[in-house]
Design a protein around this ligand. Structure first.
Ligand code: FE2
Length: 382
């Protein structure tokens, strides 16, 4: 059967050690005179924000700096940023950070150019007008927001993480400098890598995966399995670079093939209970893979083969042994593996699952699920 017409969207990517120095030139090429830079206090402390100031100065660019954002960025922080973008007469949005500053920067670029509030654009393909040019510099190997057409913003009133999905949210340029990862603590390296791993798995088994995304998903899975243990033993630039390649490949895949049930639940847990995104997947990805097994046995066997380093007798046994090994790997990292490790009140689970059942990511999960089936799975993961 011929493949239906598909699009594969990507930013222009600068990848490599010391690529950060091109940030100013990239903004300049995109027409910048006054850059709106979004980052956070962690990157200020590590000295990277100051470094970007210097780079902009070298390029004789003016800037306005905005850092009034938190993990799981809030709608009101976007509104404030968009107002400041206008008032300050900025012309290019630059983000330096993990998923939160980058998603916030996308929201700000969106509202500053399209008006209204960020809620007006919830869902897929609801953005009409072009956004200001965006130059993104990821500081973690995980979220993939510098590559993807997704922005996830918390609606404070409804306690929901809104998924905003549009081709126009793909930044113009992504500058990936693995040296920035060198200042990250162990916990963040782990949670980012597991987020990227779940992007790779969920995009690989997505209903709308296609060859261009599948090859990226498998590459990312392979690299994370091989290099995460080494990164924890010795986080040297060679190894961190491989994790940055993995997270970029995973982002290329999920941006174009979307995600699944693990992310639908992660968004719901983040919006309702403010659970940090990177902590969810070690708990929920294995049960989600098991739930999906009847719908994608061969694909889960491909993943199992990479995790195990070999195939078992049947696809089903390879897939199941791979999931088991993955659980062992997560347990050995001494991170959360039960839902009770990250959620304090069990009675919130039905609402978490009802909200997740309306998340856009669930549409591409290979096996359909209603909220009650998700609740059953969450109860087992408790
Ligand atoms: Fe994620």
């Amino acid at each position: 059967m011929p493949m239906t017409v598909r699009k594969f969207s990507l930013p222009e990517i600068f990848f490599g050690r010391e690529s950060l120095k091109y940030a100013g030139g990239c903004a300049r090429i995109l027409g910048a005179e006054r850059v709106f830079l979004v980052s956070d206090s962690g990157l200020e402390k590590a000295g990277w924000v100051e470094k970007v100031f210097e780079i902009l100065e070298t390029e004789k660019l003016d800037w306005f700096y905005y850092s009034d954002i938190v993990a799981n960025p809030r709608d009101f922080q976007i509104q404030k940023g968009a107002r400041l973008y206008q008032e300050q007469g900025c012309d290019v949005v630059m983000a330096l950070g993990g998923g939160s500053p980058m998603d916030a920067a996308k929201g700000i670029a969106l509202v500053a150019s399209n008006g209204g509030t960020v809620h007006d654009y919830e869902g897929a393909n609801r953005i009409q007008r072009p956004l200001p040019p965006m130059v993104f510099i990821p500081s973690t190997a995980g979220s993939g927001s510098d590559i993807s057409q997704f922005a996830i913003i918390t609606d404070v009133r409804r306690c929901v993480k809104m998924s905003i999905i549009s081709r126009t949210l793909v930044p113009n340029i992504s500058i990936i400098d693995p040296l920035i990862l060198g200042t990250k603590p162990r916990d963040l390296i782990i949670s980012s890598a597991i987020d990227a791993f779940s992007h790779a798995v969920e995009s690989y088994i997505s209903r709308i995966a296609f060859p261009f995304t599948e090859v990226q998903s498998l590459k990312a899975i392979d690299l994370i399995i091989r290099y995460l243990p080494r990164a924890l033993k010795e986080p040297c630039p060679d190894v961190l670079e491989q994790l940055a390649i993995a997270s970029t490949a995973a982002a290329m895949a999920f941006s174009n093939a979307s995600l699944g049930m693990d992310h639908a639940l992660a968004h719901s847990l983040g919006g309702m209970l403010d659970v940090v995104h990177g902590l969810v997947h070690s708990v929920l990805l294995p049960p989600v893979m098991r739930y999906n097994l009847p719908a994608c046995e061969e694909k889960l066997a491909d993943i199992g083969r990479i995790i195990l380093g070999k195939r078992r007798r049947t696809s089903r046994s390879t897939a199941l042994a791979g999931i088991e090994k993955l659980e062992e790997n997560f347990a050995s990292l001494k991170i959360a593996t039960r839902l009770r490790d990250i959620v304090s009140d069990r009675s919130t689970l039905p609402q978490v699952c009802k909200t997740a059942s309306r998340d856009a990511c669930l549409l591409t999960n290979p096996r359909s699920a209603d909220w009650e089936q998700m609740l059953e799975m969450c109860e087992e993961a408790w």
